[in-house]
Each structure stands twice: as C-alpha cells, then as structure tokens.
Ligand binder design. Structure first.
Ligand code: ADP
Ligand code: MG
Length: 245
C-alpha cells in the first residue's frame, strides 16, 4: 500500500530523518514507536505531504508521490493524498461545527457527496465509534476521548486507504485512552490499513501486526510485536523498552 525508501529530511542543520524506509501492507496495523524527537511525526508528516522530503521515494499504491526527491505534479499529489487519512494528537476538529458537520465537511465540499447521503453515512460512522448520540454537539461539549473518536470518524468519512495516527491518545487523560484504543482495535480487526505512531506499548504489542522502532532519525529495528517485545535485538530498543515498561 505504501512504500517509503531512503527518506531524508532536515530542518536547517538538524538532520531529522536520515534515510528512513517504511513499508505498509494492505490490511495491517503498523505501530511506529521510539523516543521523543526520533522523527516519528516528521516521517508521518512527510508521508501525508504535510512536509516535503529532501530526498528519497514515497510510493502510494505503486504510484510515486515523490521519486528520488522529485515530487509528482500537483493534481497527482492531490489525488494520492486523498488515499491517506490522518488523526492527530490534538484532534483538530473544527470548533465552530457540530460533530456531524465536522464529519460531512470534506465529503461534501471536497468529494462533492450529496449532503443527505453524507449525513446518513456520517451517522453510521459515529455509531461505529460510539458517538451517534453526540452528532449535534459541538467539540467543546465533548470529552477528549469523544473528540478523538469524532476525529477518527471524520477521517474514515473520506474512505482513506490508509489511516495514519500520530499519538492519538497522548493528549488524553489516562482514563480516556482506553475508549480510543478500543475503536482503533476494532478498525484493526476490520483490517483497515493503519500506521500508528504511539507510546502505548500495550497497543503496539497486542494490536499491531508489525512494529517499527525508530531512534535518532532512523529505523533501528522492526518485526513481529510478540518477538520484538519479548526480545528486542538492539541495545537501543532494549534501553527504550526498559524505560517504557
Ligand atoms: P517525534 O515525533 O519522534 O517525537 P519529531 O518528528 O516531532 O519527533 O521531531 C524530530 C526532531 O525534529 C526534533 O528534534 C524536533 O525538534 C525537530 N523538528 C520537528 N519539526 C520541526 C520543525 N518544523 N522545525 C524545526 N525542527 C523540527
Ligand atoms: Mg511526535
């Protein structure tokens, strides 16, 4: 579904991604873990075209978003970007819109979906994340966990082929992380293709089909979660897990 090769990215003098490779297969949940500052968000932002890479190749379903540092033309980029959905740590709901308005905004205005149809589908998605009863509420009336579940429904409303999460539970009170992780676990069971940057080691171990460990701008280790968590091979992964668990 997605293949990134030799991704390089600097901010000024700071080399943040030093030749990162990442592959995401259809239907899998890939967990990306690693210390703060290791470049996880930047990698996800490059994949979603929220940042431009300095070098490397990103293929989305076999099509080149960027090839050896050269980007495709704008219309192709736009089309490829629609295949990706993004859920952020900070929810990013539109504050002046109700939950259902948040959800139908892009389907109606970007995809040109019929409003009544988009609403019907939107309510179905809200039902899936356990929020149908809050469809007419505004974001300020929701708990953090509800906001994040609404944000997940909003991302799903665009029918993305790959759903990317950047620490979706890091801004939540501990008692609210479970309800969001549960929704993500349901999506994983449905084999929605997901890339999840997370500090939730339990989720990475139990739900992810594969885990990638990043440190200092590089992928240091990757593999089966059960094996990785039971016996990380590299010293850096061992040290990281030692601090996390
Ligand atoms: P992670 O998500 O793994 O914590 P990030 O990708 O957010 O790591 O950040 C990696 C490094 O890049 C950090 O040192 C961070 O300060 C730096 N960085 C991230 N975004 C920017 C930016 N827009 N400008 C300058 N430095 C940045
Ligand atoms: Mg981050």
């Amino acid at each position: 579904m997605l293949k990134a090769t030799d991704i390089r990215k600097s901010f000024g003098e700071l080399k943040v991604l030093k030749g990162v490779g990442l592959e995401v297969n259809r239907g899998e949940t890939l967990a990306v873990i690693g210390p703060s500052g290791s470049g996880k968000s930047t990698l996800l932002r490059c994949i979603n075209y929220l940042e431009r890479v300095d070098g490397g190749t990103i293929e989305i379903e076999g099509e080149g978003l960027v090839t050896a540092g050269r980007y495709a033309a704008e219309p192709e980029i736009k089309r490829m970007r629609r295949k990706l959905g993004m859920v952020f740590q900070s929810f990013n709901l539109f504050p002046h819109m109700s939950v259902i308005q948040n959800i139908i905004e892009a389907p109606v205005h970007v995809l040109g979906e019929d409003k009544a149809k988009a609403e019907k589908r939107g309510v179905g998605l809200l039902d899936k994340v356990g929020l149908a009863h809050k469809k007419d509420n505004y974001p300020f009336e929701l708990s953090g966990g509800e906001k994040q579940r609404a944000a997940i429904a909003r991302a799903l409303a665009m029918n993305p082929d790959i759903l990317c999460f950047d620490e979706p539970t890091s801004a939540l009170d501990p008692e609210l992380t479970g309800e969001v992780l549960k929704v993500m676990q349901d999506l994983a069971k449905e084999h929605i293709t997901m890339v999840v940057v997370t500090h939730e080691m339990g989720f990475a171990r139990q739900v992810a089909s594969r885990v990638v460990f990043m440190d200092q701008g590089a992928v240091v280790e990757e593999g089966d979660p059960t094996e990785f968590f039971a016996a990380p091979k590299t010293k850096r992964a061992q040290d990281f897990l030692g601090k996390m668990l």
